[in-house]
Design a protein around this ligand. Structure first.
Ligand code: ATP
Ligand code: MG
Length: 302
């Protein structure tokens, strides 16, 4: 798990961020950045680099390794604090709060500006990368694709998709993005997986959810990871979140993903509320009506 670095912000100085950005720049070329290159990358003197390295090492923001040469790399914490500071500087956020969700591929925290928001740090590529590269000779860096790049791309993708879908589709409102972090509206309510719907709400909520899937399709996207864990339910309705893996509707597997999304959701409702979901609702038929732009309600598709 990656530590929460928000508490470090007040004690870090401008030059510490020069150093961190310098390591970040060097990492475009190799995972471990040579010590000698840091003055140039960070626009700091030799002495400043030593001093700042020590401060950042002590705080677990960078890591050092000496084999053929003395090299430095950013820890995820170092990358987090670069993104966090940028978001604070650009006034996207002003206060940092408690965790909203910690996953394999992300950490989500409550933050604030004038209202509560959610900050999601993407972690894609991190675990894999560390495992694959642990034993590797770090000078053979030609095929270098860092976790930083993978995580940043995922954040850019998710933010871009939210911008395209909001507000026509019921998704969290996107607010900002920097590096591997996105800031969005904090959703009210709870995950669908944690709710027990009243009898008279069940078909209505399923309908609402499938209508949003249909609307996302009209706007060119299939979520491709739909489940009861990526839907929030509140008094105001539902919201679908977690979009980095979404595919455009002209993707070659889009119809397969759409069918799978619907199978997941309808299957979940059928398992949890067996008495309430008519047997003749078929996810394939629903998918077909969505793809043909003729979806109205799930009960209409039977
Ligand atoms: N905008 C938001 N408002 C409130 N809570 C949120 C928001 N976005 C995410 N969360 C919380 O954080 C959790 C993880 O978010 P998300 O599903 O986007 O990431 P993930 O990478 O899929 O995580 P996991 O690997 O655990 O599924 C969600 O299940 C939810 O509880
Ligand atoms: Mg999720």
């Amino acid at each position: 798990m990656v530590r929460n670095v928000a508490g470090l912000l007040p004690e870090l100085e401008e030059e510490d961020f020069y150093l961190l950005s310098g390591v970040e720049q060097g990492m475009r070329f190799s995972e471990w950045v040579q010590r000698e290159k840091l003055p140039k990358f960070s626009s700091l003197t030799e002495e400043e680099v030593d001093y700042r390295l020590e401060r950042c090492l002590k705080r677990g923001l960078v890591e050092k390794k000496t084999i053929q040469y003395e090299g430095y790399t950013l820890q995820f914490e170092g990358y987090d604090i670069l993104a966090l500071r940028a978001l604070v500087e650009q006034d996207t956020i002003s206060e940092f709060g408690s965790p909203l969700g910690v996953g394999k591929e992300s950490d989500v925290y409550e933050v604030r500006s004038y209202k509560p928001l959610a900050l999601k740090y993407h972690r894609e590529g991190y675990t894999n990368f560390r495992e694959v590269h642990k034993e590797r000779d770090y000078t053979s860096d030609n095929d270098h694709v860092s976790w930083m790049y993978t995580a940043r791309k995922a954040a850019e993708r998710e933010h871009g998709i939210l911008e395209e879908l909001y507000p026509d589709v019921s998704v969290p409102r996107p607010i900002g993005q920097n590096r591997h972090a996105i800031v969005m509206e904090k959703m009210d309510g709870v995950e669908l997986s944690q709710t027990r719907l009243e009898d008279e709400q069940i078909l209505g909520v399923l309908d609402l959810l499938v209508s949003e899937i249909a609307r996302a399709y009209e706007h060119g996207y299939v979520h491709a990871d739909m489940s009861e864990y990526n839907v929030f339910v509140s008094e105001d309705g539902i919201k679908i979140f977690d979009w980095p893996q979404a595919v455009p509707t002209d993707h070659e597997n889009a119809s397969e993903f759409l069918r799978r999304d619907l199978t997941n959701i309808i299957g979940y409702f059928r398992r949890k509320y067996p008495q309430h979901i008519p047997d003749d609702i078929e996810s394939d038929d629903v998918a077909e009506s969505i793809a043909a732009n003729s979806f109205e309600t799930v009960t209409d598709t039977v």
